[in-house]
Design a protein around this ligand. Structure first.
Ligand code: PMP
Length: 352
C-alpha cells in the first residue's frame, strides 16, 4: 500500500439495487413508481427556457419551495430541498449528528444509514426490531446522540404510530430525531404536524416514489426554522448549487398536479392490497405494508432461490443475504399487469 493511502477516507459504499440494462425487464427491485410523472411535468419540460441554463440556479430553489410550502402549509423557511432524499439525509447526518454518543437506528432498516454514519465518522448503535418487525420505543429512551428511522420502515413496510414517535420525541428533547418518510404517501400517517410541537424533529420526504421522479433527484426536509437554518449553513459550506434550474421547475410542476398524485397513489395502494391477497394464496407471509413494496417470505423455497429464478425470467426483486432478513424478498408494487406476471412466475417457481 502507498503511504498516501494512510490518509484516505476509506468507506464501504452503499450498494444500490441493480439497474438492468437489458430490455423487457419487469423491474420490482428499487421501489420506483411504475407510472410516469404527471403530464404537467412533461409540459413544464417542453416549456423550459434553456436560455436560463446560462445562469447559476437559484440556491434557495424558491419556485419549488413555494409549491411545497403551499402544498403542506409549512412556511418556506421550514423547508430544505436537496438532490434526492439521500442528499438531504447525508447533509442532515453531517449537520445534526455530532455528539460523542452513538446515534440509534433499527438493525433492519435503510442500509444507507450505517454508510453515512461511517462516512461522517458518527458513532452508531443499531436496535433490534421486535420479531414482528416493529420498533420497540423502549430502545430509544435517551443515551444517544440522535435518532433516525423510516416510517413506514424499509425494507419491512411496517408503519409506526404517531403516538410511538411522540413517545420517542418526548424522551429525546436534547438530540435531533429524524423520521425518513420516503414511503409515507402510500397510506402511512405522516408525523409532519409534530414539527410545530418539537423543534428537534426533522421530517424527510422524496419525489422518487409517490411522485414518480426518481430520475430527477428531489428530496426535502421539513422542520423548525432553526433546524432548516442549520441545514442550510452546512449546505452552503459544502455546495451551494445543488439543485439545477430544470429540476426546480419540474419539481414545482409535479407538486401542482395534486389530482394526478392522488390518483396514481390510489392505484398503487389498490395493486398492493391485491398483491397481498395473491401472495397469501401462494403461501407467502408478510407484515401489513403501508409502502409501495411488500417484504415477504415463502416457506416452500428459499428467498435466494426464488430471487435467482425470477431473475432468469427477467423479473427483478430485491434480496439481501443479511442476518434476520435472508429469507425475505422485497417486492416493489408495479402495475397490475407486472404483478400478474410476477405471480405467474412465482407459481411456476414454487411448484417446480
Ligand atoms: N429513504 C429510504 C428509506 C429509501 O428507501 C430511499 C430509497 N432508496 C431513500 C431514502 C432515498 O431516496 P431518494 O434519494 O431517491 O430520495
Amino acid at each position: 500500500m502507498n503511504k498516501w493511502e494512510d490518509n484516505v477516507r476509506r468507506v464501504v459504499p452503499y450498494v444500490p439495487g441493480e439497474q438492468p440494462k437489458e430490455s423487457g425487464v419487469i423491474k420490482l427491485n428499487t421501489n420506483e413508481n411504475p407510472y410516469p410523472p404527471s403530464p404537467m411535468v412533461e409540459a413544464a419540460l417542453r416549456d423550459f427556457d434553456t436560455a436560463k441554463l446560462r445562469l447559476y440556479p437559484d440556491t434557495e430553489a424558491k419556485v419549488l419551495v413555494k409549491e411545497l410550502s403551499a402544498h403542506y402549509s409549512v412556511p418556506e423557511d421550514q423547508i430544505f430541498v436537496g438532490v434526492g432524499s439521500d442528499d438531504v439525509l447525508s447533509m442532515a447526518f453531517m449537520t445534526f449528528f455530532n455528539s460523542d454518543k452513538p446515534i440509534f437506528f433499527p438493525d433492519i432498516t435503510y442500509s444507507f444509514y450505517d454508510v453515512w454514519a461511517e462516512l461522517h465518522r458518527i458513532p452508531y448503535e443499531t436496535k433490534p426490531l421486535r420479531d414482528d418487525f416493529t420498533i420497540d420505543p423502549k430502545d430509544y429512551m435517551g443515551g444517544n446522540g440522535g435518532i433516525i428511522f423510516p416510517n413506514p420502515n424499509a425494507p419491512t413496510g411496517i408503519e409506526e404510530s404517531l403516538e410511538m414517535i411522540e413517545e420517542v420525541l418526548k424522551a429525546n428533547p436534547d438530540v435531533v430525531v429524524m423520521i425518513d418518510e420516503a414511503y409515507v404517501d402510500f397510506g402511512c400517517k405522516s408525523c409532519l404536524p409534530l414539527i410545530d410541537k418539537y423543534d428537534n424533529l426533522l421530517v424527510i420526504q422524496t419525489f422518487s416514489k409517490s411522485r414518480s421522479m426518481a430520475g430527477i433527484r428531489i428530496g426535502y426536509a421539513m422542520g423548525s426554522k432553526k433546524l432548516i437554518q442549520y441545514l442550510n449553513d452546512v449546505k452552503f459550506s459544502f455546495n451551494s448549487y445543488t439543485m439545477n434550474w430544470l429540476t426546480q421547475e419540474l419539481g414545482a410542476a409535479a407538486v401542482r398536479d395534486d389530482e394526478y398524485f392522488r390518483r396514481t397513489i390510489n392505484d398503487i395502494i389498490e395493486t398492493r392490497e391485491y398483491s397481498k391477497k395473491r401472495l397469501s394464496e401462494l403461501g407467502f407471509s408478510f407484515g401489513d405494508s403501508k409502502s409501495n413494496f411488500i417484504f415477504a417470505r415463502s416457506d416452500k423455497k428459499s428467498a435466494e432461490y426464488i430471487f435467482t429464478e425470477l431473475k432468469k425470467r427477467k423479473i427483478f426483486v430485491r434480496f439481501w443475504n443479511k442476518p434476520r432478513i435472508s429469507e425475505y424478498l422485497r417486492i416493489t408494487i408495479g402495475t397490475r399487469e407486472q404483478m400478474d406476471s410476477l405471480f405467474k412466475a412465482l407459481e411456476e417457481i414454487l411448484n417446480d
